[in-house]
Design a protein around this ligand. Structure first.
Ligand code: SF4
Length: 381
């Protein structure tokens, strides 16, 4: 068991523990968004709030150097991660200092496991408790629920946090067993998510809800399995968001020799996620290859449209919202704008697609403008 020690200085620990937190994307910040390093060496991440507003977030572990052995994790037992911790009062004070300087808006707090999951969760709850009670911090706190923590701790977390998350990591229990020995999919991952979901349904946790994260490409899972897990989690566990993290092997882990998983695969899963959440698609409508992989050379909405020539072209002036949403290159905001614009005047020109904010080159082959194929106007542009 690695020896957990409190860092010689809060600054040293914050530097190490914020760097260690970079692998978790569940607060909507990660490799796709650049990180900022502050004057005194702290890592502060731009993150998206549920409202879409982007704010600087202190993303930090309460402790690093874990006692468990998830094969993808740099913090795993016996790995290269140092065992280091901040006491709740140290972390709370450091955060309040940064917040009072206007350098951070909120806190994303996770932790490697030391002692039991409950003991680890207790330290995180103590930090949040200090922020809320002693420091009267009313802002954004995202707490990661440690797999294996107690139901009463989850209840407490719901009283303290703005948003909660527990990482599913894999789409099924069998996949999780391959990459995270010691984590029980049903009792340690899904049970806490169900508890939060019930509280949301009963109006007892009406803040920013819960999210989760899946590691992509670590367990030999197919994209179809990942998409099914996400669709199920959205409908059954009232998740606000699912995040996907392409495996990027790190030295000192059992997957160190594997090639990194292409970010293009992660990107396609995010596109499918949007189709499920915002466009009314079901997983059965998504095109996968025989092995269950998403095609990397075409986005999933265009792949669907090409497979359904009977649904196109769509007349922009008369199509229902649901039909407009199915057109490649046209998203929910562009649909709203097109609906507004066509109430003012009949749309005849491909420029109206541009004006609505649609990806007009992508959309043109699939639409009619006042009865004429928009594609014919493309040469003019
Ligand atoms: S529980 Fe697994 S994923 Fe979480 S810190 Fe420990 S080894 Fe890493």
């Amino acid at each position: 068991m690695p020896l957990l020690r409190v860092a010689p200085s809060v600054q040293t620990a914050l530097d190490a523990l914020t760097q260690a937190a970079r692998h978790d994307l569940s607060c909507a910040c990660g490799p796709s968004q650049p990180r900022q390093r502050g004057r005194d060496g702290l890592w502060i991440y731009p993150a998206a709030l549920p409202s879409g507003q982007r704010v600087p977030m202190l993303k930090v572990l309460q402790a690093s150097g874990c006692e468990r052995s998830c094969i993808y994790c740099v913090e795993r037992c016996g790995g290269q991660g140092r065992s280091l911790a901040l006491r709740p009062e140290q972390l709370a004070s450091a955060f309040v200092d940064l917040h009072s300087q206007g350098r951070v808006f909120g806190l994303f707090l996770s932790s490697a496991i030391h002692g039991t999951a409950s003991a680890t969760m207790d330290r995180m709850l103590a930090t949040a408790e200090l922020l809320r009670r002693r420091h009267r911090f009313r802002g954004y706190i995202h707490l990661k629920m440690i797999p294996g923590c107690r139901p009463d701790q989850i209840d407490r977390a719901m009283q303290l946090a703005t948003r909660l998350s527990v990482n599913m990591e894999a789409p099924t229990a069998a996949h999780l067993a391959r990459i995270a020995p010691g984590k029980n999919f049903e009792t340690e991952i899904l049970a806490p998510m169900r508890q939060v979901s019930r509280a949301i349904a009963e109006g007892r946790f009406a803040r920013a809800g819960q999210t989760t994260q899946l590691v992509v490409g670590a367990a030999g899972e197919a994209d179809r399995e990942v998409a099914r897990a996400a669709a199920w989690a959205y409908s059954e566990l009232s998740l606000a968001r699912v995040y996907y993290s392409a495996l990027q092997p790190v030295p000192g882990t059992p997957v160190a020799d594997r090639p990194p998983v292409a970010f293009g695969r992660e990107h396609r899963l995010y596109q499918v996620d949007f189709l499920l959440r915002s466009y009314g698609f079901s997983v059965d409508e998504i095109e996968f290859d025989a092995g269950g992989a998403l095609p990397l050379d075409v986005d999933p909405k265009t792949a669907w449209a090409r497979r359904h020539p009977e649904r196109f072209p769509v007349e922009i002036n008369t199509a229902a919202r649901g039909e407009l949403l199915r057109i490649p290159g046209i998203g929910p905001r562009a649909v709203e704008r097109l609906q507004r614009m066509r109430r003012q005047d009949r749309l005849r020109d491909i420029a109206s697609l541009r004006a609505a904010g649609a990806s007009w080159r992508v959309a043109a082959p699939f639409v009619l403008l006042d009865g004429k194929p928009a594609e014919r106007q493309m040469s003019l542009w």
